[in-house]
Design a protein around this ligand. Structure first.
Ligand code: ZN
Length: 169
């Protein structure tokens, strides 16, 4: 389980994430159409009329990250543990699967495709901003990071919890 710790020497908050927590091993890509059952249930998707959630027919699909940095279910509190102030990671990590096409590259994505991806960025930002416990939202994108098991095009949304909405004694 990841958590945020305050570095007492610099006064900065650091995300501590245990090593070794990775997506389940698989030969096939879980982000490709037809493999929807191998990801967590989708949060939202742009789909063809008549297609069902967690099935094929989507053009952009959003799922919770399998090993989330932050999860929306946890309550924000604060505890002192040794040197560190810790805040349980209440926030959200989501993955936006940008296209059904596994080998599509950013350079090859046409305007209509980018437009859909950007609308989905907006939709997720709006939805996550409704949660008062969320302070900042970052959207990042890395294309085929070395060592990454997933090569399908996607972006990651990280919604960071507010630092201290409740003060504990
Ligand atoms: Zn794929």
């Amino acid at each position: 389980m990841s958590d945020l710790r305050k570095d007492p020497t610099r006064g900065q908050w650091v995300l501590v994430r245990p090593a070794g927590a990775v997506a389940p091993a698989s030969d096939d890509c879980p982000f490709c159409p037809g493999n929807e059952s191998r990801t967590p249930a989708e949060i939202v998707a742009y789909r063809k009329d008549g297609s069902s959630p967690d099935g094929p027919g989507w053009s952009v699909r959003v799922i919770p990250e399998i090993d989330p940095y932050f999860s929306v279910e946890r309550n924000v509190g604060r505890e002192g543990v040794g040197l560190y102030d810790k805040v349980p990671p209440r926030g959200a990590t989501e993955l936006i699967i940008e296209s059904p096409e596994h080998d599509l590259t950013p350079a090859a994505m046409d305007e209509a495709r980018w437009e859909q991806v950007l609308w989905m960025y907006r939709d997720r930002l709006r939805d996550l901003k409704k949660d008062p416990a969320i302070r900042d939202i970052l959207i990042t994108r890395r294309y085929r990071k070395p060592g990454s098991r997933i090569t399908h095009p996607y972006s990651r949304v990280i919604a960071v919890p507010r630092r201290s909405p409740t003060r504990s004694a």
